[in-house]
Design a protein around this ligand. Structure first.
Ligand code: ADP
Ligand code: MG
Length: 593
């Protein structure tokens, strides 16, 4: 996806992006100056080469039978020294530039990652993970590659073009005029070709993106495709897309590959002209053989960068487009900082109250209309309701992943807007429906959030969460590595793992509120029942917000909120709700009869 945006598409604000990119180069300005000087030096050295070659030829030609080889060798030696030192300098330059560009890439990745840590939850809800990842990896790579090669190319081109032109003119003005005749032709030609190829390249990269997207989709939905026996359809769709891509590639590249030979042709015409007029000049004794040969070499040097200009410009533009995407991420609004007079939440009792809360993820759609509730310290509040009723949304508000649009949420009577987010969040313990495991051992995954936990403590937590026997059956027990996506353990086992994690954390810290958002939704009923007592331990003395699909698990709640379309349609205890025979009664009956 990222490729589609960054390849060959023009950045919207090239100037501004360029300036910002320069700022990243700021710390390396002396190194770049050093590179610039070396590069001028190296180019001057290699520019001197053809001159020496010409002198050597003149020397040989002048001898006519009795050549002074010593002097010819001397020229040859000087040429060798010139070219060798030019190459050495170029190596130093290239290594320095690679170093600089990798440092820049490092700093960019660092800034992007730090930025990601400061972005609000809403950003991640709205942006595809793949797209964010591609900015950190692919786009920054494009920028860095461009820096390591193109800066030097531009410097070299400028020095070479000016230097060769100077040398050509100093050798022979009339011959230079002849050589320059073809320049407008090549410039016009490349400009015209660029115009033709640009849209074709855009189309090419778009079709590339479409193809990538499709493959991505296929990989993630592979089981579903098999289950619906959709292979043939998917196959056919891919054929179409693949065909489109192949055509787009052909359209772009078939033109692209004609540019080189055509430029070669123009250059050869130039050479023929030089040879023709050069020999006329030679016959009139206006130029020496050696000078003609130096001139030819200079004219080749001169036209090289001119042919390259189009490529370099393309690369620069795609790097700028990539940089723009990275900067765009860096410019995202961060989670609002805490109010200047924000209080640090300490000595929490755990009284949570919501007062006429209204909230919507977007201004157009209000999810929670007018929610009030009072959760006293140590009570168990259950939130039930159909999917999409807004249960998780309430949790998002309690944790201040999002701020309420109107109304107030208070903890111990303090408006949570006036508290630091960190202290508020650390007052909660949380187990979510979307379990999160990271690449690391089972031990590390359970001990997450509680540094220096001992093996005994981890095992105790795992036992309480009824995951210990399973862990013992794994090849390396507690040292078994869990993959990032937890592919090697089941969803339910992952949930048990995160429950063990919460149990371990809560056995020590002083969080006194607990959130369980369908924490056992993937666990079978008998395991769920087995861990009930451990769960109750986890909940003891805490204000608990429990969202559960299985109503059997929340019958002993102190207060049950029944949510539908973001509104509390009923509330009360299990007994009172059953007695009133309303929404809850029907939900309950649907599950048990
Ligand atoms: N990040 C989001 N952006 C926009 N809408 C959202 C977002 N998250 C949830 N919603 C919408 O809010 C409503 C409530 O969702 P949620 O609170 O997750 O329901 P549930 O009761 O199943 O937990 C749904 O209609 C859902 O589409
Ligand atoms: Mg939910």
């Amino acid at each position: 996806m990222a490729r589609r945006d960054s390849i060959m598409t023009k950045p919207k604000d090239s100037k501004g992006t360029f300036k910002r990119l320069l700022r990243f180069l700021g710390p390396f300005r002396y190194m770049i100056l050093f590179v610039a000087i070396l590069s001028i030096l190296s180019n001057l050295l290699s520019l001197w080469g053809p001159n020496l070659a010409g002198a050597a030829i003149n020397e040989a030609a002048a001898g006519m039978g009795r050549v002074n080889f010593e002097r010819v060798y001397a020229y040859a030696l000087r040429m060798l020294i010139c070219y060798v030192s030019a190459s050495l300098l170029t190596i130093i330059i290239n290594i320095t530039m690679v170093r600089i560009s990798k440092r820049v890439a490092f700093r960019m990745r660092q800034s992007v990652f730090e930025k990601l840590m400061r972005l609000p939850v809403g950003f991640f809800d709205q942006n595809q993970a793949g797209d964010i990842i591609s900015r950190v990896s692919y786009d920054i790579d494009v920028i860095s590659t461009c820096m390591s090669t193109d800066i030097v190319s531009i410097l070299t081109s400028v020095v070479t073009v000016i230097g060769s032109l100077f040398m050509m003119i100093s050798i022979s003005l009339p011959l230079s005029a002849v050589a320059l005749i073809t320049i407008p032709a090549s410039v016009l030609y490349t400009a015209k070709m660029r115009k033709i190829t640009q849209p074709r390249f855009v189309k090419r990269s778009k079709s590339y993106g479409t193809m990538n997207g499709f493959v991505e989709e296929m990989l993630s939905g592979q089981k579903t495709i098999l289950a619906y026996a959709y292979e043939d359809t998917v196959d056919k769709r891919f054929d179409d897309i693949n065909n489109g891509a192949a055509n787009a590639y052909y359209d772009a590249d078939s033109i692209g590959v004609t540019i080189g030979p055509t430029m070669g042709f123009i250059n050869n015409i130039c050479l023929s002209l030089i040879a023709f007029f050069g020999s006329i000049l030679y016959m009139n004794h206006a130029i020496t053989l050696g000078s003609i040969s130096s001139f030819v070499l200079y004219s080749r040097k001169f036209s090289g960068p001119i042919n390259e200009v189009a490529n370099i410009i393309n690369e620069l533009f795609s790097a700028l487009a990539a940089a723009e995407r990275v900067f765009n991420l860096l410019d995202q609004e961060e989670e609002l900082s805490d109010l200047p007079d924000a209080q640090h939440l300490t000595d929490v009792n755990g009284n949570v109250s919501l007062d006429h809360v209204a909230f919507g993820y977007t201004p157009e759609q209000t999810i929670i209309h007018d929610l009030s509730l009072n959760a006293q310290a140590g009570k168990l509040i259950a939130i039930v309701g159909p999917t999409g009723a807004g249960k998780t949304t309430i949790i998002n508000l309690l944790m201040r992943f999002y701020d309420v649009d109107s109304g107030e949420i208070r903890v111990d009577g303090k408006n949570i807007r006036h508290l630091t987010r960190r202290s508020l969040r650390s007052a909660y313990e949380m187990v979510l429906q979307d379990t999160w495991v990271f690449r690391g051992t089972i031990f590390e995954n359970i001990a997450y959030g509680r540094e220096n936990a001992t093996m005994d403590e981890v095992v105790a937590a795992a036992k309480a969460a009824h995951i210990h026997p399973f862990i013992m059956r794994l090849p390396d027990g507690y040292e078994t590595i869990v993959a990032e996506d937890g592919g090697n353990i089941s969803k339910g086992q992952k949930q048990l793992l995160t429950i063990a994690r919460a149990m371990l954390a809560s056995s020590q810290d002083n969080s006194c509120m607990l959130i369980l958002d369908e924490a056992t939704s993937n666990v079978d009923t008998s395991t769920e029942r087995a861990i009930q007592s451990a769960m109750r331990d986890l909940m003891r003395d805490k204000t608990c917000f429990v969202i559960a699909h299985r109503l059997s698990t929340i019958q002993n709640a102190d207060l049950i909120l029944v949510l539908n379309h973001g509104d509390v349609v009923e509330q009360g205890t299990h007994a009172s709700l059953m007695a009133s025979k309303g929404f809850y009664y029907n939900l309950y009956r649907a599950q048990f009869e």
